[in-house]
Design a protein around this ligand. Structure first.
Ligand code: PSU
Ligand code: MN
Length: 299
């Protein structure tokens, strides 16, 4: 029998069927620097509470799968350098070695599904990397979306990925994709890309109805809801693209590969934009948490 360490709040909410929203911890440990990461985490929990939803941040702490973190556990994830970025394939390894891991979209969705949580909000999912033809780097997030029946709310994929290939991969893998009040696939820092979506919805009820219908029809993949960053806080593609290409060059020079690429690029882009990208990242993630909370309540 799998053991989970559920916080008291999360346990009570799941038992009494009150709304819960899953949150990942890699965005805290390697997606943002300290202290902005812990401030973000506190705001994230506050947004959930304001909507009457219980936040369930997922992480592995010293060999225990935690769903819902205490203040000190969150601080540990936000500050301890020993905390590794753990994808789905590393859950067992982390548990056996009794180490600590911050969960990505793939591991967070897997664990959320196991404990019966149905809605998960994050910043941007992983996707197909720009040099996929050479590196074969395609995030495990895409495969977990194929295998896990959740509603996942995000702002698309970071524009340092290959957005076209990622959107194709989502279709190939059978992930249901809808834009929230948009007809365009968002590109994380920017509210739009030049990729037109086939479907969009205007309110949380529509999302819930599509999800319920998928479940009734035994569809096992996720429903991915893409929610653009508010226009006021976006960084237009024209401004961010040059910075992204420069950061990708840096990454290649430093020979950064595999799971270190995403954390490196997020950091490098934040440095080059003097933290403007970090502010945008925080705004869009909180916006996704607000929408995820509304959807969780509607369910
Ligand atoms: N998006 C962000 N910040 C992040 C990530 C995504 O805004 O920190 C993390 C997520 O946890 C996502 C992971 O699952 O990056 C993808 O990593 P990779 O490309 O190595 O699969
Ligand atoms: Mn990868």
């Amino acid at each position: 029998m799998v053991k989970f360490t559920l916080s008291k709040q999360v346990k009570e909410a799941i038992n009494s069927k009150r709304p819960v929203l899953a949150l990942e911890s890699t965005i805290i440990s390697s997606g943002m620097p300290y202290p902005q990461n812990i401030e973000f985490h506190k705001k994230a929990e506050q947004v959930c509470c304001d909507h009457g939803v219980v936040p369930a941040t997922i992480a592995i702490i010293k060999g225990a799968v935690c769903v819902g973190l205490s203040g000190s556990q969150a601080k540990y994830i936000a500050t301890n350098k020993k905390v590794e970025k753990i994808s789905k394939r590393e859950i067992g390894i982390c548990l056996q070695q009794k180490t600590s891991g911050a969960t990505t979209v793939s591991s967070t969705s897997h664990i959320a599904h196991l404990v019966g949580i149905k809605v998960f909000s994050t910043g941007g999912i992983g996707g197909v990397h720009r040099d996929y033809n050479n590196s074969l780097d395609m995030s495990q997030d895409l495969f977990s979306l194929r295998e896990t029946p959740l509603i996942v709310v995000c702002s698309g994929v970071k524009s340092f990925l290959d957005i076209n290939k990622t959107v194709e991969a989502l279709e190939t893998l059978g992930v249901s994709l809808v834009g929230f009040q948009t007809k365009w696939f968002p590109s994380f820092y920017s509210s739009s890309s030049n990729i037109k979506l086939s479907h969009s919805v205007n309110n949380p009820i529509d999302v819930v109805n599509i999800y319920k219908s998928n479940i009734e029809h035994k569809i096992k993949s996720s429903l991915l809801v893409v929610n653009p960053v508010p226009k006021k806080q976006e960084i237009p593609a024209s401004e961010i693209n040059k910075i992204i290409s420069d950061s990708v060059v840096q990454m290649k020079e430093k020979m950064i590969v595999g799971k270190n690429t995403t954390p490196f690029l997020l950091k490098e882009i934040a440095k080059q934009t003097k933290n403007r990208s970090l502010q945008t990242n925080i705004v869009l993630a909180l916006n996704n948490i607000a929408l995820g909370s509304k959807i969780a309540k509607e369910l």
